[in-house]
Ligand binder design. Structure first.
Ligand SMILES: *Cc1c(COP(=O)(O)O)cnc(C)c1O
Length: 389
């Protein structure tokens, strides 16, 4: 083994500064730590950043997906189209609501579903389509909006990777309905958290009702009215409200988002140049339409045909060289429940399965140094050389 970095390089690490820490401490000292004024301020700042009409802060993007699908009335007998090259939460929720997931294949060069691949699997039972803006690149919103409107189905964007992403000059989330995540690996974090944004007032009001037991007002709103009687349950709801402790982090992180994304873009550019000189990866193509990438992930496709190792074995070798990696994603339809119990499985989505066996994510986070990128490139070159057939 030639190159081994002296300390482990994590795959991801949140960027937390003193203002983030001070803000959280202030909330803890304030006497109000759950949903309240900080949440309202975070929602307002988020709306302003995106130019969006309505926003609702929640405990996770998964919670947001649950509430949006519930608000749309998705249930037994319905179908929902989504990629299998995604995080499992969307597919799990479709299943838990009693509806059926329908998987659209991806383009192996862009890693995203296309209007054509979605159209291929549309049936009269499909009520919604949920494409994923992948790794920080946008789907073609113009084409997907037209498809959804023509077919009379809801378009819900999984924007977990797309905070700061633009498609044809328009920021993701400005129009339509999109769901963002603030999990620690995402472009900004609240520890855990998520945000639903929408230009559909009726939809967002239902989401807001469902997020807190089905009560029209949350605890803060009742407290602010001092002594008002407890509201009644308008419909059975969940408990998905974000705390003010988390919202404080959201406010201070959002202020730095553009700066953090610029740093990600710089590091991704270094990877591009370094990896261009290393044989061993299949090309990934940026979208052909005008866009701004948020560089949430730096994913690569391993040229398996030339190696004696599987992708998983390759990642173990990188780990021995102190380089952490991630897998985004293992195709959901090939995982145990969906393979053994739900009637899906290998063979269904050739492009997705091809990508699923080869894809992994390199370390990428704002606090990485140029030297860290160099270490990753060296470890990749060495591991590839040692694993060649
Ligand atoms: C992270 C992620 C989610 C889930 O976000 P949570 O906030 O953890 O619920 C959903 N979809 C994609 C594509 C993701 O990467």
């Amino acid at each position: 083994m030639s190159f081994v970095r002296s300390t482990p390089l994590p795959f991801s690490r949140p960027s937390i500064n003193q203002e983030d820490i001070d803000g959280v401490v202030d909330v803890l000292k304030s006497g109000w730590i759950t949903t309240g004024p900080r949440c309202a301020a975070f929602e307002a700042a988020f709306r302003e950043y995106l130019g969006a009409e309505h926003a609702c802060a929640l405990t996770s993007a998964t919670a947001g997906m649950h509430l949006v699908l519930s608000a749309l009335g998705i249930g037994p007998g319905d179908e929902v189209v989504t990629p299998s090259m995604t995080w499992s939460s969307t597919v799990n929720l479709i299943t838990l609501l009693g509806a059926r997931p329908v998987f659209a294949d991806i383009d192996r060069r862009t890693l995203m579903v296309t209007p054509e691949s979605v159209e291929n699997v549309l049936t009269p039972r499909v009520r919604a389509i949920i494409p994923v803006h992948f790794a920080g690149a946008p789907i073609d919103l113009t084409a997907f909006r037209k498809l959804a409107a023509d077919r009379g189905v809801a378009l819900v964007e999984d924007a977990a990777h797309a905070l700061g992403t633009e498609c044809r000059g328009e920021r993701i989330g400005r129009r339509g309905t999109a769901i963002f995540s603030f999990h620690p690996i995402k472009n900004i974090t609240t520890g855990e958290g998520g945000m639903v944004v929408s230009d559909d007032r009726e939809l967002i009001e239902k989401v807001k009702l469902l997020k807190f037991h089905g009560l029209a007002r949350d605890a803060w709103q009742r407290y602010a009215r001092m002594g008002a009687l407890q509201d009644e349950v308008a419909l059975p709801g969940f408990k998905y409200n974000l705390t003010d402790i988390q919202a404080s982090l959201g406010i201070t992180q959002l202020k730095r988002l553009n700066e953090l994304n610029r740093r990600r873009a710089f590091l991704a550019g270094l990877y591009d140049r370094r990896l261009a000189g290393i044989e061993g990866f299949d090309p990934i193509r940026p979208p052909s339409y005008p866009h701004l990438h948020s560089h949430h992930l730096y994913v690569v496709l391993l040229k398996l045909e030339r190696l004696r190792l599987s992708r998983d074995e390759f990642l173990v070798e990188l780990k021995k060289r102190n380089i952490g990696t991630g897998i985004h994603f293992r195709a959901v339809h090939t995982q145990y429940y969906y393979r053994e119990c739900a009637g899906f499985g290998p063979g269904l989505l050739p492009e997705t399965e091809w990508v699923s066996e080869r894809i992994f994510s390199l370390p990428l986070y704002p606090d990485m140094t140029e030297g860290d990128v160099e270490d990753v490139a060296q470890a990749l070159a060495d591991t590839l050389a040692a694993a060649r057939k």
